[in-house]
Design a protein around this ligand. Structure first.
Ligand SMILES: *[C@@H]1O[C@H](CO)[C@@H](O)[C@H](O)[C@H]1NC(C)=O
Ligand SMILES: *[C@@H]1O[C@H](CO)[C@@H](O)[C@H](O)[C@H]1NC(C)=O
Length: 194
């Protein structure tokens, strides 16, 4: 009899423990898509690289690198192309001559987002194709007021050698044909990465 009371007590204690431990089990389940979370100690050794190249935006000729993909009904009446959306795949070269060494391409979306000025929302990837940076990319999301001397745009990330990238780019127009709208723009990229 005493043994049976004792084993009931043990069973009761066991069940209470099991019930008490339930919240732990369920919170673990809630986070079952979290694979790991660890503390990153700073300062880690980060470097800042400065790249300079020329961005060729070609509208004219048989092989444009900038194409209009959409526009609003109002776009045709707008002096700032407001509402136009263009896709680019612009070559990046070491010099202002389009035939100088190709180091990558700038691929992305340019949306004319300025009602009163020629201003673009730029969402583009600098896709490097040369040397050790071949295959690595830098992502840019920024504001480009085309007729100002220096336009600064944030680097929001990167891949490959540019993992965890942050920084900024500065764009300066090197040449611009008002008729064809072809442009060559000098890009200075200041990117922090590991
Ligand atoms: C805008 O103008 C272009 C050519 O000038 C024409 O092809 C296009 O249909 C016009 N778009 C609208 C939405 O009016
Ligand atoms: C860049 O990488 C691609 C894919 O690995 C390769 O085909 C290409 O030849 C490389 N280009 C240069 C210039 O190294």
């Amino acid at each position: 009899m005493a043994t049976s009371i004792f084993s009931s007590l043990l069973l009761f204690l066991f069940l209470s423990c099991a019930i008490n431990s339930t919240p732990v089990a369920s919170s673990k389940q809630d986070n079952d898509y979290l694979i790991s979370s660890r503390i990153i100690s700073h300062p880690a050794v980060e470097k800042q690289s400065h790249f300079r190249f020329y961005w060729h935006d070609i509208h004219s000729g048989p092989n444009p690198t900038n194409v209009r993909v959409a526009q609003a009904a109002e776009t045709n009446k707008s002096s700032t192309f407001f509402g136009a959306v263009n896709i680019i795949d612009d070559p990046l070269t070491t010099g202002p001559d389009v035939n100088s060494k190709l180091v990558g391409r700038s691929q992305g979306i340019l949306a004319a987002a300025g009602l009163y000025k020629l201003e673009y929302l730029m969402a583009m990837n600098l896709v490097f194709t040369d040397g050790k940076y071949n295959g690595s990319t830098i992502a840019i999301l920024g504001h480009n007021e085309v007729f100002t001397a220096v336009r600064e745009m944030p680097i929001v990330g990167g891949s490959g050698l540019f993992r965890f990238a942050h920084g900024y780019v500065q764009a300066r127009t090197y040449s611009h044909d008002l008729v064809t709208r072809d442009a060559v723009v000098e890009y200075n990229v200041f990117v922090n990465h590991y």
